[in-house]
Design a protein around this ligand. Sequence first.
Ligand code: FE2
Length: 250
Amino acid sequence: MRYLIITDLHSNLDALDAVFQAEAENYERVLCCGDVVGYGPSPNEVIERMIACEATVIRGNHDKVACGIDDTAWFNESAERAILWTRNELTASYQTFLRNLPAGPWVSSNHEFQLVHGSIIDEDQYLYDDGDAYDALKAATVPITFFGHTHLPCFFALNIHGDLISEFIDETTPQSRTTIRLEEGTRYLINPGSVGQPRDRDPRAGYALFDLDKRTVELKRVEYDIEAVQQKMERKGLPEYLIQRLAVGR
Ligand SMILES: [Fe+2]
């Protein structure tokens, strides 16, 4: 089975469609680690896509605020403005869709992998460093965990000897893809990077392809029409800071 792993779509339909088009023949199922909405201009359309492709989706912190499960206490000013606009824009049925999203971890039926938004221990925790990753990997009950929330493509691995390996994919490693070969006995935390608002200085949409049979995960990027999204955001009155950051990927 081949999976398309996506996270942090953030209402960016153009970026999402570019990913779907680039990989149309290369996966059978879609798995999403949350933050379907927030920041971007097309929340209803992005949810529509998730339903249409029968994606397995867990909730992110923006999804929780957009449907009223949580408040904006932890949001900065532009994130708050965008999520209040999103709340108003969402149809009643898509509000319900967000309210019904499960919290991570969502564990696959074969117990090979799981989805979380922030971390295994806490769905809202940001996983940036080796210490936090080590604690999370020690707590993992399945070999492979996909996560999001930081918008930074990276992976952490804890091998059978207790050694932690970590790698962030950024401008110092400018290749368009990175393949992780999954070793037996090693536990992994893998972030495919954000589809809709990358923050690693690469503005292209980030995602991963996971081949369970070949035991590989490819971290990949695809270009999309950023200007078209920026124009939509301007028309909807979304904050200038959010519009500008899409072009620089941070
Ligand atoms: Fe996010």
